[in-house]
Design a protein around this ligand. Structure first.
Ligand code: CTP
Length: 399
């Protein structure tokens, strides 16, 4: 998503400047062409050389300087940017932009650009809560400027409260979202993710190795493309993506109930969850003691959520996942048919770089009518975008 994008990073004078240096490096390694504008006070914290080295481009600090590259530097910088990100955004830069003041290179470029501008505020808690700053924030939001943060916590000045720069991965996620096409705008997407957990007694349960990473990547990708996303998730250790409605469940029965409730209102369902096929027939109210030499747990079948969706499907596009250890294509074709799917994402979880817990996946897309499209090894977010591309194609063909 970042490859080939021109991102201008505006750096203002706050202690969080050192984090902006890491952000410059992350953006560059993501494939973006990064140009950094530093205000004079930012250079009091970190030398421009740091940003020059990390971005691989010269750093801009002065509004008026002898022409090096472009005729009118602030106009050209404004014109070539796909996105302008201000990190950290101090009370001063927010106040200047809100008041229409353009008296240095950064404020002038912000004024002259037509690309989206993202502010990542960071300042002392009392400054942040000052009604003047709050008024400026509200005014800038109304005018269409984008914001992420600030976060809560201990600030560099020792105070506690809102004012910290948000984590860099949250900023990266917002940047990705602002640069993504909005081709899912107006669509409601339901994603299920993670394992389910089936209790045996108050302290034990049956579950599986699903980490939830694939489902969370799908929810993140869909939200960044403008969809309204409901993520119904079994227990995971993952941060829910920005702007996604999260419903946490434990058992397959709970997931079934939530999914059926949302189903009539959604356009696309992607069932990446690894739902337990069986649950213990009886859940002991007390912890089971180790009395006998062996323990037999009798299980009964859980409802097949996806198969039920296949039966109830009206206008929805239905995507399933199949984790297989043998006869991948044959099993996937059968499931596409049995569950009335529009697409099945099938992966052989025995391959290195595929399946549970990994950050990458190797899948075959299996369509009704025996068509199979093998994909190369991909990171889970790229694969999520690829699956969404295919879903959009299927929906276009249907119309
Ligand atoms: N699935 C579901 N409800 C279940 C079991 C599976 O909704 N009780 C969904 C999964 O979320 C996945 C798809 O069905 O999208 C295929 O899951 P998988 O476990 O591969 O297939 P099963 O139908 O359970 O068949 P088997 O375990 O025998 O391979």
């Amino acid at each position: 998503m970042l490859a080939g994008k021109n991102i201008t990073l505006g750096v203002t004078g706050g202690i969080a400047v050192y984090k902006a240096a890491q952000l410059a490096s992350n953006l560059k390694s993501g494939g973006a062409d990064v140009r950094v504008i530093m205000t004079r006070s930012a250079t009091a914290f970190v030398s421009p050389l740091t940003f020059q080295t990390l971005s691989g481009n010269r750093v801009y600090t002065e509004l008026f300087e002898p022409v090096v590259e472009w005729n009118v530097q602030h106009i050209e910088l404004a014109a070539i940017s796909d996105l302008l990100v201000v990190v950290p955004a101090t009370a001063n830069i927010l106040g200047k932009v809100a008041a229409g003041i353009a008296d240095d290179l950064l404020s002038t470029v912000i004024m002259a650009t037509t690309c989206p501008v993202l502010f990542c505020p960071a300042m002392n808690v009392n400054m942040y809560q000052n009604p003047v700053v709050q008024r400026n924030l509200a005014m800038l939001k109304d005018l269409g400027y984008h914001f992420v943060g600030p976060g809560q916590g201990r600030l560099a000045c020792g105070a506690e409260g809102p004012g910290r720069l948000v984590e860099l991965d949250v900023i990266m996620e917002k940047i990705q979202a602002l640069l993504s096409p909005s081709d899912l705008k107006g669509l409601k997407v339901l994603v299920t993710a993670g394992p389910t957990l089936e209790p045996i007694d108050p302290v034990r349960y049956l579950t599986n190795r699903s980490s939830g990473k694939m489902g969370y990547a799908l929810a993140r990708a869909a939200a960044s493309r403008g969809a309204s996303v409901i993520l119904i998730s079994g227990p995971t250790n993952l941060q829910p993506p920005l702007g996604v409605e999260l419903k946490q469940v434990e058992t397959a029965a709970e997931m079934f109930k939530e999914v059926m409730e949302y189903f009539p209102r959604v356009d696309i369902v992607i069932k990446a969850a690894a739902v337990a096929d069986y649950r213990p027939r009886e859940v002991s109210g007390q912890k089971i003691k180790k009395t006998g030499s062996k323990l037999v747990i009798e299980c009964e079948k859980n409802p097949d959520i996806l198969a039920e969706l296949g039966r109830r499907k009206t206008h929805q596009t239905l995507v399933g996942f199949a984790a297989e250890t043998s006869n991948l294509e044959e099993n996937a074709h059968q499931k596409v048919k049995d569950k009335n799917l529009d697409l099945m994402v099938a992966n052989d979880v025995t391959l290195p770089g595929a399946g549970f817990g990994a950050d990458t996946n190797i899948v075959k897309l299996v369509y009704p009518g025996q068509y199979v499209l093998p994909l190369p090894v991909m990171d889970k977010l790229s694969l999520a975008h690829r699956i969404l591309d295919e879903v959009l194609k299927l929906r276009d063909n249907r119309q």
